[in-house]
Design a protein around this ligand. Structure first.
Ligand SMILES: O=C(O)CCC(=O)C(=O)O
Ligand SMILES: [Fe+2]
Length: 219
């Protein structure tokens, strides 16, 4: 089953819009970004994943992984190619990667993603997804999977100005099917506490950090 509907012109229009926005301002916010069937299947999937498949999220690189409850309070489940509907999300992201590389020549090489669950009251303090100059994570994506979200629930993503980290650029409410894409090294952002359970998929495109035939160490 191909839930991304490759031939659907609206998929390539969305890819184009993301490329245009990234080129113009470094970030993109798209409502109803996915084909309805794919969005529905991801929402069903996250709703049925058992709580055992979510782990408390940490901060820092994998080898210095720390759980810091003052920084973030979400639980995550890394996506894999093994489950069909997770594979469909990778497929959609692969299409975006191809388009971005063609249009913006960012040299995106791989994509990793996890589902995230924020309990009521959970948050993620202001942070960057990559250290400046590290080139590990180049482009971040966040897709929201909350079928019943209302604007008074809170839980907004706040994006800050790349040149003035105290100045708020915009707030995004985690409405179903809204997608945010931004340059990982440039835009500090935070997740405000919500009154309800909040679900999303966060993902990151990386460049190839391998030198010669040596494989880059895990991040
Ligand atoms: O869920 C969001 O809105 C953003 C999550 C985030 O910033 C992250 O996982 O790095
Ligand atoms: Fe982030």
């Amino acid at each position: 089953m191909d839930l991304t509907q490759e031939r659907d012109p609206s998929v390539s229009e969305i890819y184009q819009k993301i490329c245009d926005d990234i080129y113009a301002q470094g970030y993109s916010i798209i409502d109803n970004a996915l084909p309805q069937a794919l969005l529905q299947s991801l929402m069903n999937h996250i709703a049925t994943l058992s709580s055992q498949e979510f782990k408390v999220a940490g901060t820092g690189r994998q080898d210095e992984h720390q759980v810091n409850q003052f920084v973030r309070r979400d639980e995550i489940h890394w996506l894999s190619e093994e489950r069909e509907c997770e594979r469909e999300w990778f497929h959609w992201a692969q299409g975006l990667q191809t388009e971005i590389n063609k249009r913006l020549m960012l040299g995106l090489f791989s994509y990793e993603a996890h589902m995230a669950h924020y309990e009521p009251g959970a948050f993620y303090k202001k942070h960057l997804d990559a250290f400046k100059g590290s080139r590990s994570r180049v482009l971040s994506t966040v897709l929201y999977l909350n079928p019943q979200w209302q604007s008074n629930y809170g839980g907004e993503l706040v994006i800050y100005d790349e040149h003035n980290h105290d100045s708020e650029l915009t707030r995004v409410s985690p409405m179903p099917g809204t997608l945010v894409v931004f340059l990982s090294e440039d835009f500090p952002h935070e997740v405000l506490p919500a009154r309800e359970h909040r679900h999303s998929i966060a993902g990151w495109f990386r460049v190839n950090e391998s030198v010669g035939n040596q494989i880059a160490p895990p991040q």
